[in-house]
Design a binder for this molecule. Structure first.
Ligand code: MOS
Length: 754
């Protein structure tokens, strides 16, 4: 299909094009800031030029003199707003304009509103701010930072996984590796900028804002505005890239809503690329100390993972990936610890595969170092330590196909061991190296609701307030409904991205396909049962077991056309509203969902553990004279339970691996240590892979059936692809050059031994 291959045994018939593809490519799809509205006023933010201190004065005279300026909201004008509540739905507790305190560089200090964007921007440049300046601490190792254990100081990281006596096991291990790794600050740069458009209809607010969590936004925004959540509607039908950055509500939105209420006029604020770096979230820099002990034949007997992450002064944000690294292999003794370093920075947040990207980078690089010490094929090292039971609680993996992924990816890649000595394989002026690493991501699910309607003419409407962040969720939802109700795909319409629809969880943590499809199954099965009841009253007694090709199918094999079932019920429409809860979820999970709070289940909780897994192999070439690094070839094989749509799955995984190339070689937000200020705050200077950096990328989908994980059998793969890529690249760079780079990104100066 279109020259795409998905791996053996994957049904290409399910690789249907996205049902919203045409709308997207023709411009018919409306993104939040494109919504046509009349009489819109334009808002532009003014942000602080210091990282720590107080706003002493804002002189607005010059700004107010700009023609077309309608209002300027600054410190003291927003006291009607409640402070954001850091946690499930708000990005940070920082309450700009309500407190004079400046917590970080680029904090909002004013919103200028004008008749035109140009006037607002000019006036924003003319706002004169004065500050009382304090010396900031930018990051690790700076005077004034504060160190805290994550356990006890954060909601998310409840314990540091550990088992056995690590110190004794490590001391007794004949072969050991111990090394430090780091990952830098990174910023999501979705092509669609951050924006809020607020329209009041009397006391009711409509917010158009790209969102991964419309019900979360509704509830948190209503709280900040001191109004009832049912007075707030959030509309976000399409999102032009999110990656976690549009998951939590940021402080901007309530300020824009306030301006719109004050002016009695719609206000639209599109945040500049540069201001997006400081008014939204980002990936915090991390440090890792890994220690591994093993027997000479490669059995790991001791594993330690100690990590530190930077967070902001007011909020203890943590990613805490030891939950995953501690469970990836059958280690003997395990010890872990996560600590936070508080600095004068904006509060970090989720960015694609939040914990796994940095934490698995450290582990998978250390494993490569261990394989080298053992003089062992890195694939063999992973085979020896493969396990069906995670080591911390001994919980069973609901399914685990890691080695099948390694086998298929290695075969497609043409992997050979032993390697030539590091730095010796050459092709002309290019040094050639190969490396591999595991990819892993926990299977999260969350309480979800959906309404499914089937009409007598065989048409289906699915409604659930999930979010199309580019993953193809509308398409897989339609596929599941079509399959379950026995109708063609083009008979199904799907509505998403609006708080007028039944709530779905935040579209994060790779949970949406599993949660939404499990909910659709529940609704469709209820429709089937009701139709069977109608048929039963008309004399067809058995329970229907399925719906297929426009028919109810009974246990004894008899079938009944849908139209006959509808006639028996004297109805033209059957509609079911389903609330689906993951196994073992708290009793109040559904109630919380309506309040906009998502709680994830699955992954490492419960009596079993569930992870999607993969193996990535890369070839790198490093120029012997200039140190230039290219990645000509990358092959990934992935297993993630049921693949709803190989085309969208492949696209997610390929995008993830390409991001992995960026995270290994390009991406870093540089910080001026004196001012705690981001230096390269645009996508001219913040580098991501471009076409010239991306050569051959091959995705193999390894079939896997997991009936335990959730009713849909789906493990989720939106974040899986870019886990492991950076380690595979670093491992290949080592083979090419003999230079072990433990601090991302790998750059020329680290190769040239300056
Ligand atoms: Mo993803 S970073 O969980 O949106």
């Amino acid at each position: 299909m279109d020259g795409q291959s998905f791996g053996p045994e994957i049904d290409p018939e399910t690789a249907v094009p996205r049902i919203d593809a045409r709308a997207k490519v023709t411009g018919e799809a409306r993104y939040a800031a494109d919504m046509p509205l009349t009489n819109v006023a334009y808002g532009v933010l003014v942000t602080s030029s210091i990282a720590r201190g107080r706003l002493a004065n804002a002189n607005l005279a010059a700004a107010l003199g700009v023609r077309g300026v309608l209002d300027i909201i600054t410190y003291g004008d927003a006291d009607a707003l409640a402070a954001p509540k850091f946690g499930n739905t708000a990005a940070a507790s920082i309450a700009p304009l309500r407190e004079p305190r400046i917590w970080h560089d680029g904090q909002i200090v004013a919103l200028v509103v004008a008749d035109t964007f140009e006037a607002a921007r000019e006036a924003a440049l003319r706002v004169e701010t004065e500050y009382t300046v304090e010396r900031p601490a930018a990051t690790f190792d700076q005077a004034g930072t504060e160190l805290l254990p994550a356990v006890g100081n954060t909601q998310r990281h409840k314990d540091d996984p550990a088992v056995g006596d690590f110190a004794a096991a490590f001391a007794a291990a004949p072969v050991t590796v111990s090394a430090d790794y780091s990952t830098p600050t990174q910023h999501h740069n979705p092509i669609e900028l951050f924006s809020s458009t607020c329209v009041w209809h009397g006391d009711e607010l409509v917010l158009y804002e790209p969102s991964q969590n419309v019900h979360g936004f509704r509830n948190e925004l209503a709280r900040q505005l001191n109004i009832s959540p049912d007075k707030v509607r959030v509309v976000s039908p399409f999102i032009g890239g999110a990656f976690g950055s549009k998951g939590p509500l940021t402080a901007r939105t309530a300020i824009v809503a306030l301006a719109a209420r004050k002016l009695n006029r719609p206000v639209r604020c599109v945040v500049s690329r540069m201001q997006g770096f400081t008014t939204a979230t980002y990936r915090a820099e991390t440090r890792h100390r890994i220690a591994l002990g093993a027997t000479p034949d490669g059995k790991i007997t001791a594993f330690s993972h100690q990590a530190q992450e930077v967070t902001s002064r007011p909020d203890n944000y943590v990613v805490g990936g030891t939950e995953t690294t501690a469970r990836l292999y059958g280690y003997g003794a395990v010890q872990t610890r996560v600590e936070l370093v508080k600095a004068d920075r904006n509060t970090p947040g989720y960015m694609r595969s939040p914990p796994e990207f940095p934490y698995v980078f450290a582990l998978e690089t250390a494993l490569d170092e261990l394989a080298e010490k053992l003089n062992m094929d890195p694939v063999e090292l992973r085979r020896i330590n493969d396990t069906m039971h995670e080591p911390i609680k001994g919980a069973r993996y609901t399914s685990r196909s890691l080695m099948a992924c390694f086998e298929q990816a290695a075969a497609a890649f043409g992997w050979d061991f032993p390697f030539p000595p590091p730095g010796t394989a050459r092709d002309g002026d290019w040094l050639v190296g190969r490396g591999c690493a595991s990819a892993v991501y926990p299977t999260n699910t969350a309480a979800c609701t959906a309404r499914v309607r089937l009409t007598a003419d065989g048409k289906v409407q699915v409604a659930t307030a999930s979010h199309e962040i580019g993953t193809g969720i509308r398409t897989v939802a339609a596929q599941m409904a079509a399959e379950r109700l026995g109708v063609p795909l083009d008979a199904v319409q799907v509505a998403m991205g609006d708080t007028n629809l039944p709530p779905a969880p935040v579209s994060g943590g790779s949970n949406s396909t599993a949660s939404v499809c499990s909910t659709i199954i529940k609704a469709c099965d209820a429709i089937r049962d009701r139709l069977a009841q109608f048929a039963g009253k008309a004399g067809t007694n058995a329970a229907a077991v399925a719906m297929r090709d426009g028919h109810l199918v009974f246990a004894d094999g008899r079938t009944l056309p849908l139209a006959d079932a509808f006639n028996s019920g004297r109805t033209a429409v059957v509609e079911e509203y389903a609330e689906w809860l993951p196994k073992g979820v708290d009793a109040d999970a559904a109630k919380k969902l309506y309040a906009g709070v998502t709680s994830f289940h699955g992954g490492t909780e419960g009596d079993t553990v569930s992870f999607a897994l993969g193996a990535e192999f890369v070839e790198v070439r490093v120029h012997a004279l200039t140190g230039e690094i290219v990645v000509p070839r990358i092959v990934g094989a992935f297993s993630a339970g049921r693949i709803m749509n190989p085309r969208t799955a492949r696209s997610q995984l390929m995008g993830g691996m390409i991001w992995g190339i960026g995270s290994a070689l390009h991406e870093i937000t540089e910080i001026d240590l004196r001012t705690a200020r981001y230096v390269n705050r645009d996508i001219a200077e913040y580098h991501v892979p471009v076409n010239a950096d991306v050569r051959e990328v091959e995705v193999i989908l390894v079939p896997e059936q997991d009936d335990d994980v959730n009713p849909a059998g789906v493990k989720g793969l939106g974040e899986l692809g870019n886990v492991g890529t950076a380690a595979a690249i670093v491992n290949a760079v080592y083979q090419a050059t003999g230079r072990r780079v433990r601090d991302l990104p790998v750059r020329i100066e680290k190769i040239l031994r300056v």
